[in-house]
Design a protein around this ligand. Structure first.
Ligand code: SF4
Ligand code: SF4
Length: 436
């Protein structure tokens, strides 16, 4: 399912988000080794710095409200974050724990339907989780799919990752979550849940999700997660079918008490390649980012675009803060495209990709230790060296260290993950015309 991952951030929600309780269960931020969240102190300082720069650039009026309501419950979700970037933040892994799904969404990057034959057994999955711990920067693990709740041993795996020190986040279509499931998730160390919601109009969401009950069930799931004290995140994917819905969708996410909203854009991979024509145009990318920046001012939910890392230089330019010292400051906390640069995506069959939208196999954990792939694969090294490896407009761009262009769009349109981002509206018109 498109729509994963949480976002960064800091301080706030003692009474609601941090400790859900029912029937003697009382979970709190203290369930995790504090080291995972607070060490070193410079990490939390960077998280605070990133949100303050974000606030400054946007003129975010509802920041105090966010601080009061969501910031503390965001801490375990942001465990390990070194700032803001696409798909949440570096550094964290996202694991497609199954390719089974109860829905058949038209844009699913994973083309999810039934479980793949080569999915991990429970024992293999636990060993894999243990291997992720070898990367010291990883403190939070995202379970995605498919629909993670389709896996029979999901609670066992969540409990295992909790026991080895990860904070857990789940990316879900929300339809299988009632109150009982939500509280079980909380007990199993789930601190954040990203629920996919593509439109405030039931008929539009249900059309995209290919199920007439998807909307009602997703909202039921969101309610249940909130009651269980899990930080709620809304994930929406912008495309032709719902482009005009984002105003109302933001209002809905804010009203539902969502701490974060990730505004994805359709990248034509997986089943999404079948609706390539529904991808946003360059002009629509610009309009969406301008709109998100405007709307952020008046809502408490933090909204971050996905597959549009131009947002960060756009915010700087818009505020006239493009001078050397501002850019140096921004480089510390805004990371733009995180693919392979702190963010990694592991497929249900063990393949390691830089991002769910960059369909390049850097290795397979069934054949090679994860840490070796992470540290030594050429794809990951190229992405980490983007100042020197990017091509075309992105290679020449002064903003490449805070943006870097969407590597998924480059791959989908040029067949080369290092090419320029075809949807960039910030550079001059010297790009190749593969995109409108
Ligand atoms: S040219 Fe590339 S790096 Fe520069 S702003 Fe556009 S997408 Fe980002
Ligand atoms: S490849 Fe695109 S979607 Fe993936 S992290 Fe980079 S900008 Fe985001």
């Amino acid at each position: 399912m498109p729509g994963i991952h949480p976002s960064p951030i800091v301080l706030g929600d003692w009474w609601r988000g941090v400790g859900g309780s029912r029937g003697g269960i009382n979970v709190s931020i203290l369930d995790w080794p504090l080291k995972s969240i607070f060490w070193p102190p410079s990490l939390v300082a960077r998280q605070l710095g990133s949100v303050l720069l974000f606030k400054h650039l946007l003129g975010w009026k509802r920041f105090p409200r966010w601080l009061f309501t969501h910031s503390l419950s965001s801490l375990p979700v942001a465990a390990g974050a070194v700032g803001m970037g696409c798909i949440g933040f570096p550094a964290h892994p996202a694991w497609e724990v199954t390719s089974a799904c109860n829905l058949r969404c038209i844009h699913c990057h994973a083309s999810s339907s039934t479980p793949s034959k080569d999915e991990f057994t429970t024992d293999e999955a636990k060993r894999f989780i243990d291997s992720l711990r070898e990367v010291q920067e990883f403190r939070m693990l995202v379970y995605t799919g498919g629909e993670p709740l389709m896996r029979h041993d999901i609670f066992e795996l969540l409990n295992h990752s909790k026991s080895v020190g990860f904070t857990n986040v789940i990316a879900t279509n929300g339809t299988l979550i009632d109150e009982e499931v939500a509280f079980r998730l909380r007990e199993a160390g789930v601190v954040g849940a990203a629920v996919s919601l593509d439109s405030p109009r039931p008929e539009a969401h249900n059309f995209i999700r290919k199920n007439n009950n998807a909307y009602a069930l997703a909202l039921r799931g969101m309610d249940a997660l909130r009651k269980a004290g899990i930080l709620l995140q809304v994930n929406a994917t912008a495309m032709e079918y719902n482009f005009d819905d984002f105003d109302e969708l933001l209002t809905l996410a804010d009203k539902y008490g969502s701490g974060i909203m990730l505004a994805y854009q359709l990248v034509p991979v997986g089943r999404g390649s079948g609706i390539r024509g529904a991808t946003l145009s360059k002009e629509q990318n610009k309009r969406l980012l301008e709109f998100l920046a405007r709307r952020q001012i008046g809502i408490s939910t933090i909204v971050e675009p996905v597959a549009a890392p131009q947002y960060w230089p756009y915010l700087m330019k818009n505020k006239g803060k493009v001078g050397g010292s501002w850019l140096s400051l921004a480089k510390e906390v805004f990371h733009g495209c995180a693919a392979g640069r702190g963010f990694v995506y592991i497929k249900a069959n063990g393949e390691v990709w830089p991002c769910p939208f960059v369909d390049i196999v850097a290795g397979n954990v069934k054949e090679r230790p994860f840490i070796k792939i992470w540290e030594e694969s050429e794809v990951f090294i190229n992405l980490r060296e983007r100042e020197h490896t990017l091509k075309g407009g992105c290679g020449r761009c002064d903003f490449r260290s805070i943006c870097g262009g969407c590597r998924g769009k480059a791959k989908a349109y040029y067949g080369d993950y290092l090419e320029e981002d075809p949807s960039c509206f910030l550079r001059d018109g010297d790009e190749k015309e593969v995109y409108v």
